[in-house]
Design a protein around this ligand. Sequence first.
Ligand code: ATP
Ligand code: MG
Ligand code: MG
Ligand code: MG
Length: 469
Amino acid sequence: MTSVNDIREGYLSFFEKKGHARQPSAPLIPQNDPTLLFVNAGMVPFKNIFTGAETPPAPRATTSQKCVRAGGKHNDLDNVGYTARHHTFFEMLGNFSFGDYFKDEAIAFAWELCTKEFGLDPARLLVTVYAEDDEAADIWKKVAGFNDSRIIRIGTSDNFWSMGDTGPCGPCSEIFFDHGEDVAGGPPGSPDEDGDRFIEIWNLVFMQFNQLAGGARENLPKPSIDTGMGLERIAAVLQGVHNNYDIDLFRSLIAAEEDLYGSKAEGDKLASFRVIADHLRTAAFLISDGVLPSNEGRGYVLRRIMRRAMRHGHLLGAREPLMYKLTPALIGEMGKAYPELGRAKAAIESALEQEEARFQRTLGNGLSLLDKETENMSAGDSLPGQVAFKLSDTYGFPLDLTQDILRSRDMTVDVEGFEAALEEQRAGSRVGGFSSGDQATEEIWFRVRDEAGRTNFGGYSGTEGKGKL
Ligand code: ATP
Ligand code: MG
Ligand code: MG
Ligand code: MG
């Protein structure tokens, strides 16, 4: 079996052989974009090169970029543990042309990597192109021998990528793998495209235009290429499994959890094991890049992720800090590719241990309150905002943690009521009312969410249906 580590290496060395300079992953904290919470795509560190503000290190580059999608426009947090293909932290493999090659080579490279280097069965692949992009459709016909039924045209905003209101933009072409009839879900563009049968493995972006203020678009003098392939998704395909959480890396993390929590990853416990494995990676990588749990900004996003994982740990029976003990297993899997993990081992362990100790002081009581409050509720009901607010204010349950707990009971939170309670408390505290501190946290989170949500950049597609924050 080809391991995740071998697949990463296979991709990078394939593109090295095609004249690309291998570059290390940039840190998760964007170095060039204060509007973005976390790096969420391979092209982010190269933004200034694509706009022409910086000169490229080489005409072609290839990377495996650490990405986090747990806040802002690209928020996959709510999908984790529930779809086969979403993580909050993942690695995006990419090849980039900075005004060098364009569509022809980008598609030819992609096809060669998929079918020759990785040996995928061409019959299981299909692609989307932007509806008006006849050029890309023709290249796919020529390179892959696809007929029209395997080249799905997707209209306007969906397969068209832009960096912002102005600047470089252009059509995309996404490559999908068909995991087979046993899996529910329809092809891209169909009503049930959100299922997990046809999984998007790679996105090719053809940066071809410059969007001017006022609506006009001009051709870029030197069109560029940006691609992103999800390492965990291609690993699932190459290892013959359907779910990303069944790849070697996650199986080994989950095995470490089974030892630690003393139970098996099966039945209704499975989602908890997966969430913990996912959130462990996100937390550890964020900490190793200098983020610590706190009540504001990035630190608060980290705290929310940690507490979510720790609530799942509690479901698995943890009554003392345990999650930090998974750090060595993670370093064992990923420390070679990302040496910063090993260097930050002590920091990761102590941040996880302290956060879990702190949260465990209120977690049990908060859960009892929630059980009591939902006792007479039924599926489809929503929890009063006041209660969600109390859980946040008194017990340190971020709103999305409460929502995550209620999800398994088919219940939601009255978010408007929650915000109103927050507002009331804030007004009260202005006239001298008592404030325990955690409500300020939610307030900051909502501000961060709104600000991040307003930025225009957000990975590749405009088709985000699920991350609702
Ligand atoms: P999806 O439609 O499945 O949510 P996407 O269109 O949002 O994916 P892109 O922004 O195009 O994803 O990112 C490029 C590639 O990164 C995708 O083709 C996919 O392989 C991978 N990817 C995106 N989001 C995630 C995630 N949350 N977890 C794991 N891999 C991801
Ligand atoms: Mg995409
Ligand atoms: Mg997509
Ligand atoms: Mg997405």
